[in-house]
Each structure stands twice: as C-alpha cells, then as structure tokens.
Design a protein around this ligand. Structure first.
Ligand code: ATP
Ligand code: MG
Length: 254
C-alpha cells in the first residue's frame, strides 16, 4: 500500500497506521461503512496479540485455501468495503490465477456503496463484478441480514466462496447450502472462524499476497498433489494451534 500520508516509515507502528489510513480514506470515499472502521478495531486487537505476522498455522491454512480455490469448479471471492479499500489489486490477481468470480456483498448494503466498490474494482482491471443492485436477485435461505442477497450467477451457484471480515450467520448459511467457505479472519474465536471449512487467521493485507504466491506455485503442480494437501488438512487443529500460540505469547509472569 502506498504511503500517501505523512506517517514516517520509521514509526514503530507504521504498517498498522498505513492500514488505518487506507480505511479512513476508503470511508471518506464512501467505500467503507462506519461499522467497517469498528470491525477494523476488533481486528487490530487480535493482530496485536498475534504479533502482526503470518504465523505457521495461517501458512498451512493458506496452502489449503490455494488448493481448494484451484480445485473448485465455480469459486467466488466475496468483497466487502474493508476488503475493497485495502486489497483491491490482490483480489483481482487472485481471481485471475484461480479463475474466481468477484462479487460484492455488503452487510450494510446501499446501492451507492455497491456501485462505488464495483467502479473501484473495474478501475483496477476486473471485467465483471457480480452482485451489484438488481443482479443480487437470489437469496441465501434462513438469513435475515442484507447479506442474504446474492447473485444467482455468482455466490448462489458457487461451490467455494472466499470471504473477508465475514458474518458468522452467513458463513453457516453458505455451508448449509453445501458450499465450502474459506475465511480470512484475525479472530480465531469468531463464529466465522469456527464455522468456516478453512480459516486463515491473519490480516487480509498479509494473507492475500501469500495466497496469491501459493496459488501461482500450486497451479503448475498436478491435481493429485494439490488434492493431497486438502486431504491432510484439519481446520479444527489449525485453530487449536493458533490459540496455543496466543496463550504461549501471553503468559503473564509476575
Ligand atoms: P462473527 O459474526 O463471525 O462472530 P464478529 O461479529 O465478532 O464475527 P464482525 O465485527 O462481524 O465480527 O467482523 C469483523 C471481523 O473481521 C472480526 O473478527 C475481526 O477480527 C476481523 N477483521 C477485521 N479487520 C481485519 C483484517 N484487516 N484482516 C482480517 N480480519 C479482520
Ligand atoms: Mg458478526
């Protein structure tokens, strides 16, 4: 991310401050919802505890996620305001490598914000953005929030959905529809993290470049090799490893 602001690179919290700036800029442009800034706060707290780096269990989850996206018949990347503000180019790169569609799906849905996100993604080079306005004409059963509205050509018929800063209810509903869900979520205790098939406990800003690199690498491998990565993957174990690291890092010694 470019530093268009005045934060000196030597500042000890430089990367974290750059993310904040990216989001507040996105908020001013009408891409990020006010609630998205609060969600960022929850994320920051967990990121601090994780040491603001991609930890080994997250790397294992990234490998499984790359494998699942490459093996999917109809993968979709679900984009909300925070993801659009922080990682637009990465979303497009990953979509190209894995043959994924890109769909806008907002908790706080307004057509104006959807269109702004669509325009931002198209300016970065996407040919089609699903789920905007009347295109989101299908419904995820049993879900009451605005996130129930999805594109019948996108998330509705997807077999694999990649989500960022997701809502636990929707993750559960997508899984009930028979889809596999990959979540990137800094909070290993959230319902999203607990319910997803693959949970990458990491900041989207760090996880995405790693996921792109891994997908690129795996693309040249044979299908059997990729399948074996998934076969040996256990999400509950990954989440347990993550919590173990948090506990180990933060034993308070008197
Ligand atoms: P759930 O509905 O799954 O239980 P929640 O209601 O606790 O989640 P929300 O406020 O709905 O959480 O969504 C924010 C989630 O996104 C939090 O778990 C937060 O840790 C995570 N998050 C925020 N910013 C980032 C980021 N940059 N990268 C990864 N995860 C993030
Ligand atoms: Mg929630």
């Amino acid at each position: 991310m470019k530093n268009k602001f005045t934060i000196p690179k030597s500042h000890p919290r430089y990367p974290s401050l750059i993310i904040r700036e990216g989001l507040t800029e996105g908020f001013k442009k009408g891409i990020v919802a006010a609630e998205g800034l609060i969600a960022q706060g929850r994320g920051e707290a967990f990121d601090y505890i994780l040491g603001e780096k991609t930890l080994p269990p997250a790397r294992k989850a990234i490998k499984a996620a790359a494998a699942l996206l490459l093996l999917a018949k109809n993968p979709v990347i679900s984009v909300n305001g925070n993801a659009a503000a922080l990682i637009p180019k990465e979303i497009i790169k990953l979509a190209k490598i894995t043959g994924s569609k890109i769909e806008v799906n907002l908790f706080y849905r307004t057509e104006k914000r959807e269109k702004k996100i669509k325009d931002l993604l198209m300016a970065c080079g996407v040919a089609h953005v699903f789920g905007v306005g009347k295109d989101a004409s299908a419904t995820i059963p049993e879900l009451l929030s605005e996130r129930r509205k999805v594109d019948p050509r996108g998330i509705f018929k997807a077999d694999v959905v990649l989500v960022f800063l997701e809502d636990g209810d929707r993750t559960e509903a997508l899984i009930k529809m028979g889809k596999k869900v990959i979540a990137v979520d800094l909070n290993p205790f959230s319902r999203t993290a607990q319910k997803a098939n693959i949970t990458i406990v990491d900041n989207i800003v760090r996880a995405m470049p790693e996921l792109i690199k891994t997908s690129q690498e795996f693309k040249s491998r044979g299908e059997q090799k990729i399948k074996s990565i998934l076969k040996n993957y256990d999400n509950k174990k990954i989440l347990k490893e993550m919590v173990k690291i948090i506990r180990k890092n933060y034993v308070y010694e008197k």
